[in-house]
Ligand binder design. Structure first.
Ligand code: NAD
Length: 508
């Protein structure tokens, strides 16, 4: 596995796996065929490590989306009519093929996104797990309920909604794409995937893997390109019945407007400013480890990162001092080095944004504790040392706005009511984390926090049958378990009279 390979082995593997992307542009996959853009245009894909040119990528527009939506429409009847057991078999074959190429996926993802290899190797396997989980649900996905009434037998069933669009962000693209695409395929939908333009490469691998594993041509299509061109065209296309989107809240608003004329069903997983609430009766060592892990793993580029630390005043100074000690030991470095925790951020623009918040923190009156930068960082790389902001208040922008980097804002609270008030004083409501040894308090706070997901005395451990999603500006709808099928399928009710129920007689 790549995770235990040495830095040198990973670098050599990256050379092998990335050669194809520098030799020829990464293309769309439409109807089972690799395709250049109708316009012939491409865009450049740069490494976050040193700005090096990784290769060109086909820049899709409305013509390419139309071709992909056409392919998805053409293959829909056959795929949605394929027995669930056969879809299950094919999706397990995709999972097998992902596992067989997990090293390659991990290395390519790590170089393309800047995420440390220690996290990316398991991201590839999580992708396979997503396929297996939803594959197993495929045979029963269309089952419904019997709802008898006095005169009728009502029964429900579900069928795939149609071709769907999946639009994904750049932070952990492979895992996130599989989280959306696997249930769509299991439900019987065909898919047009528009990956993020800042990390397009593993979407090529997934499409290729799926085709080689036996998925019929046209069932999974990929169109690269910017959000404004390819993304917009996908959300506006009349053949696309629904759009599953993961990304920023502001983009979600734009997509809602773009999709309105064609009345698409929408599912949004958006941003977060998630609180982790640490009470003074918590298991402090475990809480500390979880706080550090949930903001400084995955470069802090994680929707569920615990980016607001709400810590009880009685333990605030001790807790933040211990946190600062750990922070200084967190290794920033080359993402292919297995010792690295924080790699380069995705893009110079995003790096500037994160740095601007570090400056803002001082202007707003917080104290900035900086981690240890990487002395060997190549020029042109997007490296930022992890930071902790202490002495912050919840009205500061560093406490309200999603930074999406390795930056943690610490705020002191006095008691349970104060903690809940601070936790809820945000536009977001994706996740929350609560640390306490008081069982009653754990349940009270979990109930009172306005978030789609609450972890108690736990870091973010996912269980695929559970619902995933947020409230407020963090999203609309839920994924996971049967919630995913509810989104990708239409429910039908059939009412059959079994007696002579009254029928009003009109007209004689
Ligand atoms: P983004 O919104 O900028 O881009 C996401 C995708 O949307 C990209 O593929 C982009 O090309 C596309 N896009 C942009 N404008 C579009 C438009 N007008 N129409 C259609 N598509 C368009 O987000 P990002 O910067 O790539 O990702 C970071 C964000 O994603 C953060 O806010 C993060 O919290 C969020 N995120 C949320 C979850 C979750 O599950 N809630 C998971 C991961 C990331």
């Amino acid at each position: 596995m790549a995770a235990v390979a040495s830095f040198e082995e990973n670098v050599a593997a990256a050379g092998r796996y990335l050669a194809r992307f520098s030799a020829a542009p990464a293309l769309h996959l439409i109807g089972g065929e690799a395709a250049a853009s109708a316009s012939g245009e491409t865009f450049a894909n740069a490494s976050p490590i040193d700005g090096m040119h990784l290769g060109d990528v086909a820049a899709g527009g409305s013509d390419d989306i139309a071709a992909a939506a056409g392919a998805a429409r053409a293959s829909f009847a056959e795929w949605s009519g394929t027995p669930g057991g056969e879809r299950k078999r094919l999706l397990h074959a995709v999972a097998d093929a992902i596992e067989a190429r997990a090293d390659e996926i991990a290395v390519v993802e790590s170089v393309d996104t800047g995420q440390a290899i220690r996290f990316m190797s398991s991201a590839a396997l999580r992708g396979a797990e997503n396929f297996r989980f939803f594959a197993d649900q495929a045979p029963a996905a269309s089952d419904g309920l019997a709802l008898p009434s006095a005169d009728h037998l009502n029964y429900t069933s579900r069928r795939a909604i149609g071709p769907v669009g999946v639009i994904t962000p750049w932070n952990t693209p492979f895992m996130l794409s599989t989280w959306k695409i696997a249930p769509a395929l299991a439900a019987g939908c065909t898919v047009v995937h528009k990956p993020a333009e800042w990390s397009p490469l593993t979407a090529c691998l997934l499409a290729e893997i799926a085709l080689e594993a036996g998925l019929p041509p046209g069932v999974l299509n990929v169109v690269h390109g910017t959000g404004e061109a390819a993304g917009r065209a996908l959300t506006e296309h009349p053949d696309i019945a629904a759009v599953a989107f993961v990304g920023e809240s502001a983009t979600g608003s734009a997509i809602q407007a773009q999709a309105a004329p064609t009345l698409k069903r929408l599912h949004f997983e958006l941003g977060g400013k998630n609180p982790v609430i640490v009470f003074d009766d918590a298991h402090i060592d475990r809480a500390l480890d979880a706080v550090v892990f949930m903001i400084y793993s995955l470069n802090g580029e994680r929707c569920t990162s615990s980016s607001r630390l709400l810590v009880q005043r009685s333990i605030h100074d001790d807790f933040t001092e211990r946190l600062a000690d750990k922070l200084r030991n967190i290794r920033v470095g080359h993402p292919l080095d297995p010792a690295t925790v924080i790699g380069p951020l995705i893009h110079p623009r995003h790096c500037d944004k994160v740095r601007s918040y570090i400056q803002l923190a001082s202007t707003e009156g917080a104290t900035v504790v900086e981690g240890t930068p990487w002395a060997g960082a190549p020029p042109g790389g997007n490296f930022v040392a992890p930071v902790l902001f202490t002495g912050a208040t919840n009205d500061m922008r560093i406490a309200q706005e999603e930074i999406f980097g390795p930056a943690l804002t610490a705020i002191a609270f006095d008691d349970e009511d104060h903690a809940v008030a601070l936790a809820n004083d945000t536009d977001y409501g994706l996740a929350a984390y609560v640390w306490t040894s008081d069982v009653g308090r754990a349940h009270r706070v979990a109930g009172a926090v306005d978030a789609g997901m609450v972890w108690v005395n736990s870091q973010n451990v996912r269980h695929l049958p559970t619902p995933f999603g947020g409230t407020k500006r963090s999203g609309i709808g839920r994924d996971g378990g049967d919630w995913s099928f509810d989104f990708y399928m239409e429910t039908k009710n059939v009412a059959v009279a079994h007696g002579d129920h009254p029928i009003p007689k009109l007209g004689g």
